[in-house]
Design a protein around this ligand. Structure first.
Ligand code: ADP
Ligand code: MG
Length: 691
């Protein structure tokens, strides 16, 4: 660090106008140092170069003051701009007993200077008549030039701070410190990608002279974030790859061949390709970390079983981890179906396993008498010891955090890891989001699947449809967002609605209920009975979102569908369309936001899991998909992996080239980027190791 750039590390408190109180408020925004302020980016910009209903310049011709109780003081001023246009400007303030809160304003008015006022139109019918003032400036005030007549930044704020204050201190910090910011990019890269220099980009993002300059600034700063992220991932991947496995696999086929022969169907081309990729990976001298993505129903389980069986063929143990008990139980049923006649010992271990049974099971696992353990995160507990664990499969990986993945890795010597997700996203995005993973994609559905049609309709129409399907010999799911009503008056609850349906709507049909709070055994029994056709209608909470497989069920009705995320709706829909008959997914929803409306529209329009994954990312943002904790670790303040995907790809290319040429970032031209990388990632990704 050059001595000058030490200023960047000084406290914001020493900026003019900040002081201890405001510096405490700034800390709520994560701003401690001058540098933090430079990188506290606007959340949006307002174009105040043009006249608009929110900006007015004029002289005050008349004022009226009003005090409403002890809480509110109001000042109303009639303004006029010399071109015959008038506005009524209204200021609201909390009065003080000690001084006149409007004193500075009244002084400005008395001086007769024209004022700039900026605010919200009060009356939506006459948007030009009345403005509720948020900011005002005398045209004589030097600082006015920062706030009006230009594109103005609007910052994320916290209680007690104002936009005008933020703007002024950011401007101050930029004026005295922007030139000290070191450009992390080597000059050749800046030139090749035609990027702004970092200092110009900082100015351009905070105080753009034009929207073009702002966009160029955004591009530059987003590029930096993507490049640093891909370097961080590359380093992490290198570290994983440096670990050597002390074991290997041989494809012996004494389990795999009979397994395939007993499946009752041929593997799809995609399944065969993906199994090959996985087997090749497993035979590498370094551990596998692979993501298998495939739409709901694309047949991931069979692929996972193949990987596990390769382990068992070689005398190792494996785990198959699912996010919910129901799903784990379903997987057990699948194991029973596909491994029936094979000499493979498997068992289910969840938090519901009875203590006595659990103890016995733990012992068997530890003694190597169980080959494959199926379970939930209960498998991660310390007392679960799996001495010959070499291969782990995590189903629906997006529901687990990175930390859980790491815990599994720490369970013993290196192991091969296959994580699976039914929320597929485009490959480039997958690489950005799960940069340390290799990606395999099942892009083909097993043959004979009937497309499911999806309709948005009323509950009554839906119930009539369900009745006609049941009369035709089929079964139906009705899913509610919650179990009990408590605290959610606007949502329908499964338990209560179940009683109503049983009595009033479908009194003559056989209706059952499953939900997450039921005893595991009871739940499993109901599911089993439903799959045997003993129930016509299964009322459920989203516990059945994943894994459940009943081909005779042809209707999935989702109640309060507007309250579900797209991925969940798609998962729920994946429960039907598994048999010969046509299936229909019914969305009962009264969307109250345009976003919710959009989700319902998308789910009705497409069954393409990739499209849905992409839409989902757009609406929820990667934070929710990855878990916010993990998202925060990406340091993406400017870059948006979806909207800037082309830029992301370029940055990734550049990142790989840098890592090829200079894997330890020790060349002089990479020193700045090395410093930035360490500053950003070393604390959180404590494994960043540049050796
Ligand atoms: P998902 O990818 O959603 O986990 P599953 O593995 O549960 O999908 O598979 C969905 C259904 O398709 C299961 O009933 C499974 O037995 C069946 N299946 C899987 N592969 C094939 C195939 N190649 N041909 C026919 N059916 C298949
Ligand atoms: Mg599955």
């Amino acid at each position: 660090m050059s001595p000058k750039s030490a200023y960047l590390k000084s406290s914001v408190q020493y900026l003019k106008g900040v002081g201890p109180r405001r510096s405490r408020l700034l800390s709520h925004l994560g701003i401690y140092l001058v540098e933090d302020l430079l990188f506290h980016f606007p959340r949006e910009w307002e174009d105040r170069t043009i006249s608009s209903p929110t900006v007015f310049k004029g002289r005050v011709t008349k004022t009226r003051f009003q005090q409403v109780g002890l809480k509110l003081a109001i000042l109303k001023a009639t303004m006029e701009n010399g071109h015959g246009q008038m506005r009524e400007a209204v200021w609201f303030k909390r009065p003080s007993l000690r001084y006149d809160v409007f004193k500075p304003l009244k002084e400005d008015i008395a001086a007769g200077h024209p004022l700039w006022i900026i605010g919200k139109p009060e009356d939506s019918l006459f948007p030009t008549s009345k403005i509720r003032v948020e900011e005002y400036y005398s045209t004589q005030d030097e600082k006015a030039a920062l706030h009006v007549g230009r594109i103005v930044p609007l910052y994320p704020l916290t209680e007690g701070l104002r936009q005008s204050f933020m703007r002024e201190i950011v401007h101050q910090a930029l004026s005295s410190n922007a030139s000290l910011v070191e450009d992390p990019l080597p000059g050749d890269l800046i030139e090749k990608r035609d990027l702004l220099g970092v200092q110009q980009a900082l100015w351009g993002l905070h105080f753009p002279k034009s929207s073009q300059e702002r966009d160029a600034a955004r591009t530059r700063l987003a590029y930096d974030e993507f490049l640093l992220l891909s370097l961080a991932w590359a380093i992490k991947q290198r570290q994983t790859k440096r670990v050597q496995k002390s074991y290997g696999y041989e494809i012996k086929r004494h389990l795999l061949t009979p397994f395939r022969e007993h499946l009752g169907f041929d593997l799809t081309k995609a399944q065969r390709r993906v199994i090959n990729e996985i087997f090749q990976d497993m035979q590498q001298p370094t551990p596998m970390t692979r993501l298998l993505q495939g739409d709901v129903g694309s047949g991931k389980t069979v692929v996972a079983l193949s990987a596990l069986l390769l382990g068992v063929e070689n005398g190792y143990q494996g785990v198959f981890m699912a996010p919910t008990e129901i799903l784990a139980e379903q997987h057990l049923v699948t194991f029973d179906k596909f491994l029936k006649d094979l000499p493979v010992r498997y068992a289910l271990l969840t938090s519901r396993t009875k203590p006595g049974q659990r103890k016995e099971l733990l012992k068997e696992i530890e003694d190597g008498k169980i080959d494959i353990v199926i379970g939930t995160h209960a498998l991660l507990e310390e007392e679960v010891r799996i001495p010959k664990l070499r291969i782990a499969v995590i189903d629906e990986q997006h529901r687990f955090g990175v930390r859980q993945r790491a815990t599994l890795r720490q369970k013993g010597p290196p192991l091969d890891l296959l994580v699976m997700t039914a929320t597929p996203i485009p490959r480039t995005l997958a690489l950005a989001l799960y940069g340390d993973l290799d990606v395999s994609t099942l892009d083909e559905m097993p043959p004979g699947r009937k497309p499911v049609s999806t309709r948005h309709l009323t509950e009554k129409e839906g119930f009539d449809f369900i009745r006609s399907e049941v009369e035709a010999g089929h079964q139906s799911y009705i899913v509610y967002p919650i179990i009990e009503e408590s605290g959610h008056r606007d949502l329908k609850a499964a338990r209560k609605e179940f009683e109503r349906l049983k009595r009033e709507v479908f009194g003559d049909l056989k209706v059952a209920l499953v939900h997450g709070q039921m005893q595991g055994a009871q739940k499993a029994k109901t599911m089993e009975e439903f799959s045997l056709g003993l129930w016509d209608i299964l009322v459920a909470t989203p516990v059945i979102e994943v894994g459940v497989d009943v081909p005779n069920a042809t209707v999935m009705m989702v109640q309060n569908a507007d309250r579900f995320g797209l991925a969940s709706l798609h998962q729920l829909r994946g429960r039907i369309g598994r048999g010969e008959a046509n299936s229909c997914c019914l969305m009962v929803a009264e969307p109250k936001t345009t976003e919710a409306e959009g989700r319902i529209r998308v789910i009705c329009e497409t069954t393409d899991g990739f499209k849905i994954g992409e839409e989902d990312l757009k609406h929820r943002g990667p934070g929710e998909i990855l878990g916010t904790e993990q998202h925060g670790d990406f340091h993406l303040k400017v870059g948006n992996i979806l909207k800037d995907s082309a830029l992301l790809i370029r940055a990734r290319e550049d990142g790989s080239r840098i890592m090829e040429q200079d894997p330890t970032l020790s060349q002089p031209k990479h020193q700045a980027i090395r410093r930035k990388l360490i500053a950003m990632y070393q604390n959180r990704w404590h494994w960043i190791d540049l050796a």
